[in-house]
Ligand binder design. Structure first.
Ligand code: C2O
Ligand code: CU
Length: 372
């Protein structure tokens, strides 16, 4: 049981903590105006939830998050298995502030000694609003987990880049070779160098990851049956994402819209407890919208009607690029009122945020227009 005391000392606008991707009970979800009031300076809030899902997650403020997260109100949440294997386990949030890309707390490459033969796990977390491209130079690797959830039989890959959507995570694993391995961010920024202890630290791997293809997670790993039949959903919901003039917080704006509306005018989505719900997300705009549902992982079914054929891919954020259509499904087993939004946080602020509500559930909190 995890208990977190949040005390706001001096964040004038207020803060909350949202446990991104962690399926906490709704009252712990940190959505201001929906699951709690914003914690104002001098105020406090206590969160309690069970650490019953091992994996790589993160947390961040959910109040004025487009400003607060960028300025640093976030952190990693890593839950390990009780019998976790020994080895080198590094948690590496990628974060941009003032055009500088940080890896963990570093704006210069991290030099990390690593003995040959040691198992390595790199837990990458994208805390930004734009995607990052991660490349590992000098070693084949597996993507063991995406968004905290293990993939089924992930194969070894090399000379491919891993795309991390806004808010997304990937755990890269490999066994340390006797020379060095480098992690390259966005094809140019050297983020981390693991050096085999027997070899001079100056032997940088030579390769240019800029031309590497992106690993397509819809066709990676081995298929396995889903715990429900996504082709027989109890409910289908379509969301059309676009750009246009709409009311945002009651004022006309050039907004990021869902079905033509901006928040809080986008109608709530209603689901029933126990239902299998299928979402079709259509992006009619030119921008990428990293879609994020609170409280439930979604199973990716298809992108542009091409079915996912790899490992079941359970994510909490999926990157719907301009012109794309994604189909995903989830099991409605966590009753509450949940935010459902674009995780490009300025887009969420400019309209692209709504609520998914279980039938019969209401909230006593009411400042929906501040709920982002
Ligand atoms: Cu990390 Cu509502 O988001
Ligand atoms: Cu967006």
């Amino acid at each position: 049981m995890i208990e977190v005391h949040l005390r706001n000392v001096d964040i004038d606008g207020g803060v909350t903590l949202h446990w991104h991707g962690y399926d906490v009970p709704c009252g712990e979800d940190g959505a201001p105006g929906t699951t709690q009031d914003t914690v104002v300076p001098g105020g406090e809030f206590t969160y309690r939830f069970r650490a019953d899902q091992a994996g790589t997650y993160w947390y961040h403020t959910h109040h004025a998050s487009h400003v607060g997260v960028r300025r640093g109100l976030y952190g990693p949440l890593v839950v390990t298995e009780r019998d976790a294997e020994e080895g080198l386990d590094l948690t590496l949030p990628v974060h941009t502030i003032d055009a500088t890309v940080l890896l963990a707390d570093n704006d210069v490459p991290i030099e990390q000694p690593a003995p040959a033969g040691v198992p390595v796990r790199l837990r990458l977390i994208n805390t930004d609003s734009d995607p990052h491209r991660i490349a590992l130079v000098g070693m084949a690797f597996r993507v063991a987990a995406v968004d905290g959830r293990n993939l089924n039989e992930p194969g070894e890959v090399s000379a491919v880049a891993v795309r991390l959507p806004a808010g997304g995570r990937a755990d890269l694993v490999f066994t340390m070779p006797s020379d060095s391995v480098a992690l390259v961010l966005d094809d140019h920024r050297a983020g981390l160098r693991l050096s085999g202890v027997r070899i001079g630290a100056d032997e940088a791997p030579v390769a240019d990851p800029a031309g590497w293809p992106e690993l397509d997670l819809l066709h990676y790993g081995v298929a396995a049956p889903a715990p429900f039949d996504p082709d027989q959903p109890d409910r289908r919901i379509t969301m059309v994402l676009d750009r246009g003039v709409a009311l945002v917080d009651g004022l006309p704006a050039y907004a990021h819209t869902v079905d033509g509306y901006g928040h809080p005018s986008i109608p709530d989505q209603i689901v029933g407890a126990g239902e299998v719900v299928r979402f079709t997300v259509v992006n009619r705009s030119l921008e990428t919208h990293p879609w994020h549902l609170h409280g439930h992982p979604v199973l990716v079914l298809s992108r542009n009607e091409a079915l996912s054929t790899g490992s079941p891919l359970w994510v909490d954020t999926f990157d719907v690029r301009g012109g794309e259509t994604w189909d995903v499904a989830f099991h409605a087993t966590n009753p509450g009122v949940w935010m459902n939004h674009c995780h490009n946080l300025p887009h969420a602020h400019q309209g692209m945020m709504l609520r998914l509500r279980y039938e019969g559930v209401t909230t006593p909190f009411d400042n929906a227009h501040h709920g982002h």
